[in-house]
Design a protein around this ligand. Sequence first.
Ligand code: FRU
Length: 451
Amino acid sequence: MPVYDPPHFRSQRGWLNDPNGLVYVDGVYHLFFQHNPGGNTWGPMNWGHATSRDLLSWTEHGVALEPDDLGWIFSGSVVVDHENRLNVQDSAQKTLVAFFTHHDAEAAKRNAEGGFQHQSMAYSLDGGEHWIKHSANPILPNPGGVQDFRDPYVLWHPGSSAWIMLVSAGVCVEFYRSTDLLNWAKCSTFDAGEGADAGVWECPVLCTVPVEEVNETRWVLIQSFMPGGRLGGSGTRYFIGCFDGYVFEVERARLGGSRETPDNWYDWGPDNYAANIWANLPPHMPGPVSIGWMNNWVYANTTKETPFRGQMTLPRSHSIRLIDDKPYLVSEVAFDGVAETIQEAGLVEERIRFDASKSCVIDILCDGEIAVRVAFDAASSNFRFDRKSSHPTGDGEGFAGQFDVPRISSADHVELSIWLGAYCIEAFIDDGLQSVSVLLASAVTAVKLTH
Ligand code: FRU
């Protein structure tokens, strides 16, 4: 099989991390991303830019936002200003408004007392090609001395008729409101109680998600933590709850003895971070649709060098499934296209169904050699992933060479779907109840099941 894998977006050159500013406009999915075009390691951050019509094949464009006097351009989001609230629209084309963090790298080096991360804004009058930074930047300055104050995520809240901004602030996320996209007033703070000691909070996302089989939605906060991943390093959790436009509260049914039970992982593997979702999706796409950075901060700068460094996961759509009345976020791969196109793109999905009362081994092969072994142990209902022979750093003993994923479902049969990519697999257990993203050093080509 040819190593042809465009669906896992990567930039043509340089370094890539978080997806930023995901927005759908006029038939086009925009994907902006944290990008160092000048080097293969993390460095001065820009927003790179790519577009797709089907979420399968991507075209990369020039850099959309580059560093300036206020600093590097960290993560953020884009919204469509349908009602011209910002009041800059100059044609029939709706204004796109980007929110991002200005990171003052010099001030960061001195650990400047007043903080060095501020929220800023830029807008585009031509559907995302050119961006104008707002003259009032930073539009939401650091309140003073908050070391980690970043990654603004903006959405419209219909119930209270306001724009909402979420900003990660150390070990919590802050909520702000605005009616003109320019002036923001703080309305609440969310932390997860016991979960709050899990490293720095980064890249919050808030969205509504449909509940399977009933005509209901829930609010979901997707929150990344570094460190604080389930295997160490970086990782992303979700919180299901209620949001009234001011305050986010976790739903009672998800709570065990502590404020948050430990099984709320957006992804159970080592390599899915800073997931974000597309704004303004078309009615024919069941929302929300997310994409994550397929990497881990533990080794992102030291993975084996290819012409690029860093890639995204496949896009995923989400629903909520109730299991014994407890809600879980479910993920499945999502494209805006037909099956033949998926095959043409060289993407392979292997579906495996097996009896959960019997142990089995699934080998994922690269040229006949085992790249990843997934061993299911029926007695403990546990999956053990072993990627030591294809570790992304080339080091067999490296981070998460072997890791366990305890199965949540107790259904009689396991439904497993494994998407093979160049340099990765993405496994979905029990129809997407748990997803496992695993970065590799080799291109995988086949799957073999043995009992
Ligand atoms: C998350 C993150 C963000 C920050 C960006 C910098 O991976 O650390 O919090 O905005 O990356 O590149």
